[in-house]
Design a protein around this ligand. Structure first.
Ligand code: BTN
Length: 374
């Protein structure tokens, strides 16, 4: 057993009861100290040691629960109090909330809600979607980033996600509120070898996958508001914005942008009455990385099936989850408002609306207002 006691320039100083060999490193022995010269190629090891130390401090603070003095931490880890202080500051920069009180010490009050790439990857079981994952801290819009990647050779199935977006986009040129506040923002790049007409209802299949993932992961009764939203009760939980670049007979790329309210604790005033998060509904936070992996696994299966059959995976089940069914809906078409009852969803994903008098019309897109839902 050895323990790190000091870091100085390129030197790591360990207390080591016996001489140790560490392949590839220059090791000096001076009585009970082991000095390891970290040359440039070994810089990663220094980073790794700092990472381990920070992890140990977090574990200690968690085990302890309340306040723990800097002195106690320095004793437990065999590092100086000033090193403890530096690590604590660095942990705060990483997003940990650590309360420091004179004469009491440090207490961990909250952990960061960053996406954990390693954790996500370890839980993925996918054949195409999510095989490549780009995780960012901030970006203008994941849809825009996915487009840039698409144009520079990004491959089918790539997912780009970000903890926040500075210019998150919604449908109908609206903004999508995208602070680093617990929302999940991501875009899937697809490059199917198909004509554009074949994938008209791909957004529905993405929404179906998200709805299944929310239900499976939380037990919440999420439902689909045709065509693009996932709702809880009568409030919006998720929105989807699909964009495409295509020739008349061939798709260049499709971007499916998905925003899910996961751990948000509040919303901007203008949408607060009609938005909800999983955390608000459950009364507890969700592990975003774990949930994200669950969503990607579902998307891989449902969209994968869709791209083969060119129809929604299980339309009968889709209909049971579609909150728009059997409701009074108003559609804006060519500047005119039409009201009727949503009575079916076709295998191709169109909404069938029965008008007064019995005539049925097929709705493929446009804004649909559902009575009783925002
Ligand atoms: C809607 O209006 O309901 C669609 C919202 C889509 C938001 C997502 S968040 C990730 C992706 N990037 C964007 O800029 N928009 C989509």
């Amino acid at each position: 057993m050895s323990s790190l006691i000091r870091m100085h320039k390129n030197l790591l100083v360990f207390f080591a009861p016996v001489t140790q060999q560490w392949d590839g490193l220059v090791i000096f022995c001076s009585s009970s100290y082991l000095l390891i010269d970290i040359k440039i190629p070994h810089q990663e090891i220094l980073t790794e040691v700092i990472y381990i130390m920070k992890g140990k401090i977090i574990s200690l603070l968690k085990e302890n629960g309340g306040y723990m003095s800097g002195e106690k931490i320095s004793e437990e880890l065999g590092i100086t109090r000033s090193a403890v202080w530096k690590h604590i500051n660095s942990l705060k920069e990483d997003g940990y909330e650590i309360d420091s009180v004179r004469n009491k010490g440090y207490m961990l009050t909250a952990e960061p809600d960053h996406l954990d790439e390693e954790k996500i990857r370890s839980k993925l079981d996918v054949s195409a979607i999510g095989k490549r994952l780009v995780i960012l801290k901030t970006v203008d819009s994941t849809n825009e980033e996915a487009k840039r990647l698409a144009r520079s050779g990004g491959q089918h199935g790539l997912i780009v996600t970000s903890d926040s977006q500075t210019n998150g986009k919604g449908r109908f040129s609206r903004k999508w509120s995208s602070g680093p506040d617990g929302g999940l923002y991501f875009s899937i790049l697809l490059k199917p070898d198909l004509p554009p007409s074949d994938i008209a209802s791909i957004t529905l299949s993405a929404g179906y996958a998200v709805c299944l993932a929310v239900r499976e992961y939380t037990g919440l009764e999420a439902a689909i508001k045709w065509p693009n939203d996932i709702i809880l009760g009568s409030k919006k939980l998720c929105g989807i914005l699909t964009e495409m670049a295509a020739q008349s007979d061939r798709i260049d790329y499709v971007i499916i942008g998905i925003g899910i309210n996961v751990n948000n604790q509040s919303f901007p005033e203008e949408i607060a009455h009609k938005a909800i998060s999983m955390r608000m509904a459950l009364g507890r936070p969700i592990d975003r990385s774990d949930f994200f992996a669950c969503v990607i696994n579902k998307l891989d299966r449902v969209i994968g099936d869709f791209l083969i059959s060119l129809s929604i995976d299980d339309i009968a089940h889709f209909k049971t989850l579609c909150a728009t069914m059997n409701r009074t809906v108003t559609i804006v078409r060519a500047g005119q408002e039409i009201t009727g009852t949503a009575c079916d969803v076709s295998p191709g994903g169109e909404l069938i609306v029965r008008l007064e008098g019995g005539k049925e019309i097929t709705v493929t897109s446009g804004e649909v207002t559902v009575q009783g839902i925002y």
